[in-house]
Write a protein that binds this ligand. Structure first.
Ligand code: GYE
Length: 311
């Protein structure tokens, strides 16, 4: 029986497992897609998913994780809203022998406190976005305004760093203003309005770099409200590749996005399945792809493909 369980289909069967998922909230279209893909994946695999929405608050996440531990779940998935402050609760899960898998954001905590982390290389995402701009402006002067993600979150820290690395050798490109838009459409619009006001009504801005598509969509609205053409007067580059940014790219109102798959749960469940089957330790960091999309990449087709997947 032991041999039968350690190989083949049986070994991969995690049906009946109870898995808690502490989700950040619903700040972005990407987040909503991740939630629905996680639910789909759980259903397909017969996993009983206990879903907890933290409404952007770390304290709610910590409470939810403690609740999962008290219930004796088989595993915990957590998308950590910020990087710091996780050591105690992760140590409690470890003490209870409940494996924890991090989804889409990282933590500043000892690596032995979680089984694995499924996320993109967020520094690379920033580099891909920055390199797109370097290539696109081809030496022309370009003042960039930056809409950062949630303060203290790894995607905000790393996407800033990666973009700065990519433009470091291009003295023609400068970040002139940078502020958080908290990964939301509403804040992205509000902060972009302020950037436009303090930049000669946008005349001094060549491009906006947004750490996610939702803030880019908000910025696009602000640019239009200011009487300018997004995508032309002000270039727009962001990260996620959600359906709405493809609509904007197809309309010529956004220029480029870097894809972040919302399917973090699939690799997470695979890692747990192997771990439960025969103790296989997964890689500590399971890294998803960061592919660039522009108007040359069939934006309407990409929109349709994602809608078909239920994003
Ligand atoms: O890019 C953004 C979301 O944590 C990497 O969070 C993720 C980011 C994603 O709100 O849209």
């Amino acid at each position: 029986l032991a041999t039968a369980l350690s190989s083949g289909a049986l070994a991969q069967d995690i049906s009946g497992k109870v898995i808690g998922f502490s989700q950040i909230g619903s700040e972005s279209g990407w987040r909503a897609a991740e939630t629905s893909v996680t639910r789909q994946q759980a259903e397909e695999r017969g996993v009983d998913l206990k879903f907890a929405d933290a409404q952007q608050k770390q304290e709610n996440q910590i409470k939810a994780i403690r609740g999962f531990i008290a219930q004796g779940v088989d595993a915990i998935l957590v998308a950590p809203v910020v990087a710091t402050g996780w050591d105690d609760v992760l140590a409690e899960a470890k003490e209870a022998e409940i494996p924890v898998v991090l989804l889409d954001r990282g933590v500043d905590a000892p690596e032995d406190l979680y089984l694995t982390s499924v996320a993109s290389d967020q520094i690379e995402e920033g580099r891909v976005a920055g390199q797109w701009l370097v290539d696109d402006v081809a030496g022309a002067d370009c003042n960039v305004v930056e809409l950062q993600g949630t303060v203290g979150s790894t995607p905000a820290i790393n996407r800033k760093q990666g973009f700065e690395e990519a433009i470091a050798g291009a003295s023609n490109i400068k970040i002139t203003q940078s502020q958080t838009g908290d990964f939301t459409r509403a804040k992205g619009k509000e902060v972009m309005e302020a950037f436009l006001k303090s930049s000669n009504n946008g005349a001094d801005i060549c491009a906006v770099y947004a750490h996610n598509d939702d803030m880019a969509v908000g910025a696009i609205q602000a640019i239009k409200d200011a009487g300018l053409k997004p995508g032309t007067d002000i270039k727009v580059v962001s990260i996620d590749a959600v359906p709405d940014i493809f609509t904007a790219i197809a309309a010529g109102e956004a220029n480029a996005t870097v894809e972040l798959t919302p399917n973090m749960a699939g690799p997470a469940f695979d890692a747990l399945a192997a771990f439960w089957a025969d103790g296989t330790e997964p890689e500590k960091f399971i890294i998803t792809d960061s592919k660039l999309y522009t108007a040359a990449d069939d934006p309407q087709g990409e929109y349709d493909r994602r809608k078909d997947l239920g994003y």
